[in-house]
Design a protein around this ligand. Structure first.
Ligand code: MLT
Length: 393
């Protein structure tokens, strides 16, 4: 038996597992301290009533012979794919239902999609970056090139035509930096991908946090993207599905290479390796697109936006440089007093009992930066802000 030796090249532990371990160790030795978690981007508000009603109704259906559902279509039920299609049409993107594949979340699909690509493709990722893009490619042994995202370019690196790559990862609104590409910038990326014969893997998991109508929510708002991009999205951050699990991936039928259709390949892959998302969960997800569902999730997103605004006001008051927090649930700040990311992590944990995510965990360019999320409970977020102000003023 031979093992995949590429696993020797990934870090021993996934970033958020490392943080969770550190925080549990701290809590065990300091049981009297109330730790506030603004680290992993996990939501705190419950599922909205429209989703809960749909989950209950679907559960009832599953208990009756005449409405029971066994195996479903691996690519998702039509009722959910149609709802997603209509949602995209709402921001000017025309899709066919069979270009939409329902999944258990963007993270899984961002990794799984790599089944379609040879291991000798070169991958281009921004640094700092969501670690899943990097780790999944290291596991497959692909060569990875990093592009510098930094304060100078607003953490929005642009294509460099002297660099050759075949698989490009973009995330906008960005995790971890909260920076958002505008239409012109995304058009430049589409042009680059077309020139290089590359594919853009576009992570739109945070699109619902965009308030500025001029900013694109989908790469498919950009002309030509349907020839060179795949988009990943999720109900996790939009509708509180981090524990319920549902997302979707859009693979346009126009996306082909060497005479092969990526849409067909992905369907073949999913029908072989995936049994689909539970019927009950898909009914819950479809309820997100009903008028009540939209109203309720907009209210929840507004709650997180208000948290982001309050954290941003705190950073402004302390004179700390940051990006994000406006069209994004993440705030990406420069560690005060020139501290290194993990030192600031320890400082905040020990002095304020507040957990954030060290920028260095997202790549070399993240060193000296730190990420806070707006997904916390309102009172806990306010309390964290007060504590941060106390230890930094
Ligand atoms: C994060 O904190 O970066 C996200 O919650 C991770 C994820 O969505 O997998």
């Amino acid at each position: 038996m031979k093992l995949n030796l590429n696993y020797q090249n990934v870090k021993d532990s996934y970033l958020f597992s490392t943080i969770a371990k550190k925080v549990s160790a701290y809590s065990e030795t300091h049981p009297d301290k109330k730790v506030i978690r603004l680290g992993i981007g996990d939501v705190t508000l419950p599922l909205c009533p429209a989703v809960i009603d749909a989950l209950h109704a679907a559960t009832e259906e599953m208990g009756k012979q005449e409405s029971f559902h066994g195996y479903g279509p691996e690519q998702g039920y039509d009722f959910l794919r149609d709802a997603i299609r209509t949602y995209y049409a709402g921001h000017g993107v025309t899709l066919d239902a069979d270009e939409i594949f329902v999944s258990d979340g963007a993270k899984s699909d961002v990794g799984n999609i790599l089944d379609l690509f040879a291991t000798d493709n070169t991958v281009l990722v921004p640094d700092p970056v969501y670690p899943v893009y990097v780790d999944t490619n290291i596991m497959a042994g692909r060569k990875i090139l990093y592009m510098n995202a930094n304060a100078e370019n607003g953490f929005l690196p642009m294509p460099d035509s002297t660099v050759d790559a075949e698989i490009i990862y973009l995330c906008s609104p960005n995790n971890p930096t909260g920076a958002v590409y505008d239409r012109q910038q995304l058009a430049a990326w589409v042009a680059y991908a077309e020139e290089k014969g590359a594919v853009i893997l576009f992570d739109a998991a945070y699109e619902a946090f965009i308030t500025d109508p001029a900013l694109p929510r989908s790469i498919f708002e950009i002309k030509g993207a349907e020839d060179c991009a795949i988009e990943f999205c999720s109900f996790s951050k939009t509708a509180g599905f981090t524990g319920t699990r549902c997302g979707y991936t859009v693979v346009p039928k126009k996306l082909t290479a060497g005479g092969m259709s990526l849409n067909k390949m992905w369907l073949r892959r999913q029908t072989t390796k995936f049994n689909g998302v539970p019927y009950i969960v898909q009914r819950g997800a479809a309820a997100v697109f009903t008028p009540e569902g939209q109203r309720q999730i907009t209210e929840n997103i507004g709650y997180y936006r208000e948290n982001a605004r309050a954290i941003a006001a705190c950073l402004d008051e302390l004179g700390i440089w940051y990006t994000g927090g406006k069209n994004s649930p993440y705030l990406w700040l420069r560690c005060p007093n020139g501290m290194a990311s993990w030192d600031f992590f320890d400082f905040l944990l020990e002095r304020a009992h507040v957990v954030g995510t060290p920028g260095a965990g997202f790549g070399e360019n993240g060193e000296g930066f730190f990420r806070l999320t707006a997904f916390g409970d309102r009172d806990a977020t306010r309390e964290a802000i007060e504590r941060i102000k106390r230890v930094l003023s």
